[in-house]
Design a binder for this molecule. Structure first.
Ligand code: PLP
Length: 214
């Protein structure tokens, strides 16, 4: 069940500088079309197969955001059309995106995912890995580093969430010093987007609050 009232409420509440990415993973095309029909264009998916299926059947002016963990061998399927890849978490993956960007004669926009959560399971660069990769990232001509992305620990502890978002915002400033176009900070989901915006998010990724639980 999609919640258009909640959508309107959120769109009216958040600063106009914050992009709302509607996370439509596992949800049917009809739900996406409903948000499309009221003017929404940015949708996020976390699985390559589902993303390409939806790209093929839905309007072509949708901006598709790849938000999940991306395997190197699957980059080729989304390279022709993806709008922004949020979860780029290794140099190996960046090199493959660059290669597929070149094949498709385009520059693919990427966000570097940083590991900010206390939880072990989350993917992402840490500062050392980033610094080691930096010189090589700068040589890649068919990717553009647009900023950073991160996920806070799944917890009720708001102080911890805030602390983790603050650390991502700091990292975003470092990355911006290296890449002038890196102005975006993708942070905030249904449960923590208010804190994320307070801490300087420029893109929130909302799923269940808009589309119902999965
Ligand atoms: C599923 C997902 C979201 C949306 O989560 P909700 O809690 O449903 O808003 C955001 N970001 C990523 C990376 C996700 O995988």
């Amino acid at each position: 069940m999609i919640d258009k009232e909640m959508y309107d409420k959120i769109v009216n509440e958040i600063p106009s500088s914050v992009l709302l990415v509607a996370v439509s993973k596992t949800k049917p095309n009809a739900d996406i079309q409903s948000f499309y029909d009221i003017g929404h264009r940015d949708f996020g998916e976390n699985r390559v197969q589902e993303l390409t299926d939806k790209y093929e059947s839905l309007p072509k002016d949708i901006h598709w955001h790849m938000i999940g963990h991306l395997q190197t061998n699957k980059v080729k399927y989304i390279a022709p059309f993806v709008h922004l890849i949020h979860g780029v978490d290794s140099l190996k993956l960046l090199k493959e995106i660059n290669k597929q960007g070149r094949k498709n004669q385009r520059v693919i926009d990427c966000l570097l995912q940083f590991h900010i959560a206390e939880e072990e399971s989350k993917f992402g660069f840490d500062v050392d890995e980033y610094n080691h990769a930096l010189a090589e990232i700068k040589t890649l001509e068919n990717i553009s580093v647009k900023g950073v992305m991160g996920m806070a620990t799944y917890t009720d502890n708001k102080n911890q969430i805030r602390k983790e978002f603050k650390s991502l915002k700091k990292l975003s400033e470092i990355v911006r010093g290296d890449f002038p176009d890196a102005i975006e900070t993708s942070m905030g989901m249904s449960g923590d987007y208010n804190i994320a915006i307070e801490e300087g998010s420029s893109m929130i990724r909302l799923g269940s609050i808009l589309f119902g639980s999965r």
